[in-house]
Design a protein around this ligand. Structure first.
Ligand SMILES: NC(=O)c1ccc[n+]([C@@H]2O[C@H](COP(=O)([O-])OP(=O)(O)OC[C@H]3O[C@@H](n4cnc5c(N)ncnc54)[C@H](O)[C@@H]3O)[C@@H](O)[C@H]2O)c1
Length: 295
């Protein structure tokens, strides 16, 4: 029997990881981006991730080749014609995503299911860009998709039960665990994590403990692999700030007001590991307390 085809739109950090886990599960995968060199960057990321699995003895060279042979690159929407699922993982921008979905709505088979990996845009709003709102759903992977075991399944207002079942089946097949979450700002994980981060920022500003000690406390007492400041630097302070803005605007509740300190860091260009400085200083190649600012 021919394997079902998944078309992943966007070959970036998340899209390439989703393409990899789908190919590992035996799906035929089409990895799509606007330019072939972007697709190739995604393929190179997959190659690196698979090579590391070979090195660790988790798969052999033949296994790696088999996974890669299931992934084809694409820069044409026409390639979506026979896809069973479309999984979109492009920039976090409503207009960009809506334009892609409405174009694919015209091309895909009526039974093709549409999923978005958005972190913050309401699923119901994105579903309104297509005629198949019943076959539209949020399938929210965490970063990096190859490693993180959880996927949030988020039905929009008009998503059918059958689509939810199909999404659960897909997540199970790619060997992840799913949780069913309502279409609310921040969904579940980002909402709870944002509340924790905000409390950590408030404790820092009130001088309850030092930044390093807050990270240390949550790792050693609650078993978190990274403290809230370390995690914020890893994810990117701009990304974390956007999550808070989504919650603040979405719930219209002052409890989600983004931290002024966080906003100041983002305005100064200190975005975490990717820019060299965030809550910590990484410019020496090590994670050190910042000597140039007083929190
Ligand atoms: N990075 C994370 O930690 C994370 C976690 C969960 C969800 N997400 C969500 O996943 C999505 C992708 O995030 P990312 O971090 O992989 O972004 P990224 O910037 O790494 O990749 C985005 C890719 O989309 C491509 N793209 C842009 N416009 C396109 C178009 N019109 N057609 C096809 N491809 C297009 C870009 O060229 C780029 O390769 C976002 O919605 C984000 O909110 C991200």
């Amino acid at each position: 029997m021919e394997s079902e085809v998944i078309m992943v739109i966007g070959a970036g950090q998340m899209g390439s990881g989703i393409a990899q886990v789908a190919a590992e599960a035996g799906y035929g995968v089409i990895l799509h981006d606007v330019q072939m060199d972007f697709v190739e960057n995604g393929m190179a990321r997959i190659d690196k991730a698979l090579s590391s699995q070979v090195q660790k003895g988790k798969i052999d060279d033949e296994g790696k080749r088999r996974v890669q042979s299931r992934i084809k690159g694409s820069v044409t929407y026409g390639d979506a014609r026979n896809a069973h699922w479309i999984i979109e993982a492009v920039f976090e921008d409503y207009d960009v995503k809506a334009k892609i979905f409405s174009a694919l709505d015209e091309i895909c088979l009526p039974e093709t299911l549409f999923a978005t990996n958005t972190s913050s845009i309401p699923i119901t709003r994105l579903a309104a860009s297509v005629k198949r709102a019943d076959r539209f759903i949020g399938i929210h992977f965490f970063n990096p998709p190859q490693v993180m075991r959880l996927v949030e399944i988020i039905p929009g207002l008009k998503t059918s039960r059958e689509t939810v079942r199909e999404a659960r089946r897909f997540v199970e097949k790619v060997k992840k665990e799913s949780v069913l979450v309502k279409d609310v700002p921040g969904f579940l994980v980002n909402r709870i994590n944002a509340a924790l981060r905000l409390e950590a920022y408030t404790c820092l500003m009130e001088g309850v403990a030092s930044l390093e000690d807050i990270d240390k406390a949550l790792k050693l007492a609650l078993g978190h692999p990274m403290g809230p400041f370390e995690l914020a630097d890893f994810v990117g302070l701009d990304v974390g700030l956007n999550v808070l803005k989504t919650l603040y605007e979405g719930y219209k509740d002052p409890k989600w007001r983004p931290s002024l300190l966080l906003e100041k860091l983002v305005l100064s260009g200190d975005l975490g590991r990717k820019s060299g400085k965030g809550w910590y200083d990484y410019t020496s190649g090590q994670k050190l307390p910042r000597a140039d600012v007083q929190f």
